[in-house]
Design a protein around this ligand. Structure first.
Ligand code: ADP
Ligand code: ADP
Length: 226
């Protein structure tokens, strides 16, 4: 786990108005930070700069004690949890969770220990032999999180993971993500355009508008002082 410190981050695509304009956000170790704002406000761009999928025009991105501006995504030790969870349909839950360890050529005994520990935490231990097609949405999401846990990622990054779901399921998954995040205590940055999600999920909320940070506060503070 690690803090993510964004300092005066600017992103310009071409010579237009900056997509992200002098944004500073200090995500604490273990904190659940929400990035919220209307479409086009720059939240995905900011998330992609944290992960390393987008170059930073100016400013500093610090993860833990490392400035990561010039580090490739694979060297940042972060785990992006995608909207479709990017699970391998032909692999079991066990092998889906084990996947990053297999890539890293981890020995079988260590793989087994880590996969079993993660699946216990995520309450997936009874589903290890199943394929993603036979899981609920919530279970699939936990498999995606399990993959991040086994490789000891410093943080989870979510980009609108629930936007394709119906309202009921979205509510369930939202509470599930909040519960697991607290249980794992892992630093999390979560992008959404949904006000309800922003106000119910996070420890703090960063409100963006046209690339500018408008507010950075707890949901309580935002509720009292909208
Ligand atoms: P959000 O995630 O809040 O919808 P984005 O970060 O996707 O916002 O976009 C912020 C602004 O940057 C928008 O004006 C968008 O059109 C622009 N933008 C995003 N990606 C690119 C890109 N690859 N090239 C040019 N402009 C982009
Ligand atoms: P989202 O808001 O979910 O990020 P978009 O449809 O805005 O989805 O963007 C999808 C992709 O298109 C992103 O990879 C983004 O970088 C790119 N994109 C968005 N706006 C622009 C733009 N104005 N010019 C070029 N690419 C863009």
């Amino acid at each position: 786990m690690a803090a993510i410190d964004m300092k005066n981050i600017v992103k310009k695509y071409g010579d237009g108005f900056p997509a992200v304009n002098d944004v500073s956000i200090d995500v604490q170790d273990g904190e659940f930070m929400i990035l919220v704002g209307p479409s086009g406000c720059g939240k995905s761009t900011l998330l992609r700069m944290i992960v390393g999928l987008e170059d930073i025009t100016s400013g500093d991105m610090v993860i833990g004690d490392r400035k990561v501006n010039d580090l490739a995504p694979k060297d940042r030790n972060l785990a992006m949890v995608f909207q479709n969870y990017a699970l391998y349909p032909h692999l079991t839950v066990y092998e889906n969770i084990a996947f990053p360890l297999r890539l890293a050529k981890t020995d079988d005994k260590t793989v087994d220990e880590k996969v079993r520990a993660a699946s216990k935490t995520l309450e997936l231990d009874e589903h290890l032999d199943r394929k993603p097609a036979n899981l609920s949405g919530g279970q699939r999401q936990r498999v995606a999180m399990g993959r991040a846990i086994v490789r000891d990622a410093d943080a989870f990054l979510f980009d609108e993971p629930l936007s394709n779901l119906d309202a009921k399921l979205r509510g369930q998954m939202r509470s599930e993500i909040a519960r697991l995040q607290k249980k794992l205590g892992i630093t999390t940055v979560y992008v959404t355009h949904d006000q309800t999600e922003a106000m119910t999920l996070g420890d703090r909320v960063a409100v963006l508008k046209r690339g500018i940070l408008q507010q950075l506060a707890t949901p309580r503070e935002l509720y009292d002082n909208p």
